[in-house]
Design a protein around this ligand. Structure first.
Ligand code: ADP
Length: 342
């Protein structure tokens, strides 16, 4: 009981810190220029027509700004937002309870929408398309279905796994936004903005260094900035300098490519235990002691994007670049496009 109280307040504090840095309007959302430009047009058009925005599907790895964009959409539409996540919706009545309480034109955000249960997903189809839900009253032969009308709302669904979302659901979204990893320049402007809000003194070179170590992810950039502020406060004069960044990254086990100890462990395991692969995700997750979800959602996308890892139909394989990174001899004949040849 006690531990759940502690973990809840710990989570609340983490959420509070994250919310403090969350951009509120599109103009403050850094990077993703094309996505922002398109969204600005769709929002403006919907507002001019005095209609809710079309249902919007946000796809991208964790920490890239899906929740932030959902709140921005609501703010830009000057509408209310209700937020939930699919694992929190257990029974049809949980979803029906929210849907019947949304207000006209408001945004309903469902995070991790790929984890929605099938019965709830079916309810959502009708809600998205016809703004109605079917509700069964009574049981057995006396049961009858009632259609309940809903206010016109915008569903914003977010997922880290677009491939796990059924096509009937994904095809009901009128707007689809793919959020990519951020460039170092984009991360630099996110870090500078966050440092200003947090009142942290950080010089330009330190910002660039930190951007390089943030795995293309704003949430990680902000988290590392908080840790560097700690190192700067306790071990230096409070200013985050390149020296503080280098020291902090070393202490946190993060290299200049933004790879963490577990990233290197994953690559090393594939090379040393499975001869470079292919190895299945489940076997790999057991070998490295990492939940399959965090392996697939967090670690792999960045390792793939950086060219250290490949997903093939037979499993995960390391590339030549991974051997070079770890300084391990590559005994097999490899080709960067084809993987292991023989
Ligand atoms: P997701 O929902 O994709 O996991 P979030 O929207 O919660 O990610 O974003 C994580 C953090 O990163 C937020 O605190 C937000 O401040 C920051 N962030 C994300 N995208 C941006 C961006 N484009 N510009 C500035 N900050 C961002």
């Amino acid at each position: 009981m006690q531990s759940s109280v502690i973990s809840t307040s710990f989570q609340e504090e983490a959420d509070r810190q994250e919310n403090m840095l969350r951009p509120k309007m599109l103009k403050d959302f850094q990077g993703q220029q094309r996505l922002k430009d398109n969204l600005a047009v769709f929002v403006k058009a919907a507002r001019e027509r005095k209609e809710p925005l079309d249902h919007t599907f946000l796809i991208g790895p964790p920490g890239l700004g899906k929740t932030t964009l959902a709140t921005i959409i609501a703010n830009e539409m000057e509408s209310e937002i209700r937020m939930t996540s699919a694992p929190a919706l257990d029974k049809p009545k949980d979803l029906a309870g929210i849907l019947t309480n949304v207000t006209e034109g408001s945004v309903f955000f469902i995070d991790e929408i790929h984890r929605l249960k099938p019965a709830l997903e079916e309810m959502l189809y009708i809600a998205m398309e016809d703004f109605e839900i079917d509700w069964v009253i009574g049981q057995g032969p006396a049961a009858r279905t009632m259609r309940i009308p809903l206010p016109k709302f915008t569903l914003v669904g977010a997922t880290t796994k677009a491939g796990s979302v059924s096509s009937p659901l994904s095809s009901r979204f009128g707007i689809t936004c793919h959020i990519d990893f951020y460039t170092e320049e984009e991360l630099s402007s996110i870090i500078s903005r966050s440092a200003k809000i947090m009142n942290v003194a950080i010089d330009e070179e330190a910002v660039m260094l930190l951007a390089k170590c943030s795995r293309g992810t704003p949430r990680i950039a902000n988290r590392l900035l908080r840790r560097l502020r700690d190192f700067a406060t306790v071990m230096a004069d409070g200013n985050v300098t390149p020296k503080v960044v280098a020291f902090g990254m070393d202490r946190l086990g993060i290299d200049s490519n933004g790879l963490e100890t577990q990233d290197r462990n994953i690559l090393r395991t594939i090379i040393e235990f499975y001869d470079g692969g292919p190895v299945g995700a489940e076997t790999l997750s057991i070998s490295v002691g990492e939940a399959i979800e965090s392996l697939e959602d967090f670690y792999e996308p960045y390792l793939i994007q950086k060219g250290y890892l490949k997903r093939t139909p037979r499993g995960r394989m390391t590339t030549k670049k991974a051997y070079e990174l770890l300084g391990l001899p590559c005994k097999r004949n490899m080709d960067d496009n084809q993987g292991i040849l023989f």
